[in-house]
Design a binder for this molecule. Sequence first.
Ligand code: SAM
Length: 285
Amino acid sequence: MSQSQLLGPAEIRALAAHLQLRPTKSLGQNFLHDPNTIRRIVRTAALPPDAVVIEVGPGLGSLTLGLLDEAERVVAIEIDPTLARQLPLTVAERAPERAPRLRVITADALQVTEIDGRPPTALVANLPYNVGVPVLLSLLQRFPTLRSALVMVQAEVADRLAAPPGSKVYGVPSVKTAWYGRAERAGAVPRAVFWPVPNVDSGLVRITAHESPPLPDGVTRADVFTVIDLAFSQRRKMLRSVLGEWAGSPARAEEILLAAGVAPTARGETIDVAGFARIASARVG
Ligand code: SAM
């Protein structure tokens, strides 16, 4: 099979004119129009030939066409019905042999709980900026068959997702992402490759899923996430005071933290995900 004809600036302009499209900021509609960047993203995703990919926000199909060259199946979830309707037509025109590999779901990705057919194995997406983190975390939670994710987000969000404990930008998105897998920065993407040009820089983050989450006996993911949310709700406070109410009292919080091997005077920003799991477990154990 020959490679798909990817969308360049002229094709993006023509499609947008045909659809009378007015890209909206609220849906984070900035479309890629650079085939080299698309090839780079697809290469960085390193998909095995049997990959079943979820793509959130396919837009005009720039990345979708690139993904269809590599994956067995692409499930594209698009909230904008005009774009969702056009996508199969674009693929039929530019990559007709691969059209059967595409499934389009017209929906808000935050609401999708089921996907028919073989379970998804990878997430690859140029995420809408305003909902990037919740979309990423909710898909990792709902589809535990995902083995990897490669997402493009605002550069600062990329830094936050991949931040280690103790770094300035380490926070709730970093720890919750680390729950699902190992996150690392996978390159920058310049503004000029988008139409319209956004007023922020973008970056790629690759997440490689853990074989199994760091879950001690007797606790659930939700228990661990409660501790994480509390620990960062008042960033500057010590854990023994911020967890006082959750534990029953600051004294009990101190006992739990000591049992978990965490200094009661520590702050959430220095604790890794395994530490938060031990804290949740020490409360029940
Ligand atoms: N993937 C395309 C590309 O790279 O050119 C478009 C990416 S654009 C940054 C984000 C896309 O996500 C838009 O097509 C937008 O309509 C869509 N979108 C925004 N919010 C969404 C949501 N909650 N669920 C699904 N799609 C969404």
